[in-house]
Design a protein around this ligand. Sequence first.
Ligand code: TRP
Ligand code: ZN
Length: 474
Amino acid sequence: MTPPRRQPAGRRGTGFGRRAVLATVPVAVAALVGAAAPTGTGTTGAAGAGDPYFPLSGNGGYHVRHYDLTLRYRSGGRLTGTAVLTARATQQLSRFDLDLKGLTVDGVTVDRTAATAVERSGQELVVTPRHVLRAGRDFTVTVRYHGTPKPVTDPDGSADGWIPTDDGAFVANEPQGAMTWFPGNAHPKDKSSYDFTITVPKGRTAVANGVLLGQRTAGGETTFRWRETQPMAAYLATATIGTFQVHRYTTRDGVQVYDAVDPREAEAAAPVLAKLPSVLEWESKLFGPYPFTSAGSIVDHADVGYALETQTRPLYDSAPGILTLVHESAHQWYGDSVSPTSWKDIWLNEGFATYAEWLYSEQHGGASAQKTFDGLYARPAGDGLWAYPPGDPGSGENIFGAPVYDRGAMALHELRKAVGDPAFFRILRAWATAHRHGHGTTAQFVRLAEQESGKRLDSLFHTWLFTKGKPNRP
Ligand code: TRP
Ligand code: ZN
């Protein structure tokens, strides 16, 4: 049986129409970074983590070790929140930024002392603590806030962050939506553990990452307590709210599964969600042990247009097909456990998750990976697939385009042919193992592939990841 072909989870049109306009943006943004927090003064944390495509995402000068988020959601969409961040200064800090867009800030303390100054500057919440923080010191920041969260619009025109639905919210933060619902260091470079305490009207369910510690109903509201102990990038956090049917079980491997499904999607979702344990088992054989202790799916009923690999618990805007489930599950290894160091490295997420689909088809009675490759390679030189190289998408507008997903997977297929199956699957596992719960860069992947295979691969990767236009027939 051939698995149904799907609209790839996140793919968008490549949208070159806006290119000329966007070319001026980085300059303006660079000026903003300077204005919000001049770098080089030694004591102010930078306004951004240094990402080439999202220069204001994340912040400099500290690492967040843990987020403790307490949220109350009321029907109508209002949110009240308290975020307690346990952080460590990586430089001396007289001032630092948090990413937060929209919402009203009601108070900020640093080590329980009211901050001397709290300013809003675009997406930066600029905090001046009463005392300068020494490099290496741990500190706690508490931010109380409220408002009606709104999503942000990505450079490619899609919405991300807190996306209101008819019964709650679809909360998907990739790449920059975390700042729409909690203050933090929202760049994948900074990974943290999380606690969530989310109160919603009785009858609704709030689903976050990791394990459910407990739930309690009182006074017409239910509070859900979730905990993710493994390091997680802010773009993978969720607090999706809706009217959900919940199904909990433990797999043979001891993974705790929590599925939350909008009843309108339940019938279509059931047969696919039932395959999650076998998909995770199959992927564990290929990629190495599942990196987390919990799993599950959130199937909402919303018109968002993509799915997201929210850590431990992927989020779908409608009942997914099997290949979408395979894709988001593969991201648990590639993207969630091994996270990109920069958004420029996004093919390490999407190329791998797409190749997992090819492998699944190949091993479950569908097209071989070679056949999928050939079908794509047949596309003419003017096709959007060849519009830019996956290892250098050029801008945030391009990070979810076909070159990243499909040509990224084609690069892996070329690697597989060059080194042979045993070395190729060794490389996939070694990558997941070497960078487990951490980060990777494209350069590190190339080096690891060369080490594992004993072959020089620079020209292969140069062709498939970095060369403009359609590569010559391999
Ligand atoms: N990473 C998602 C996936 O491949 C896709 C995705 C998430 C996305 N957020 C997005 C695509 C925003 C476009 C825009 O499963
Ligand atoms: Zn993906």
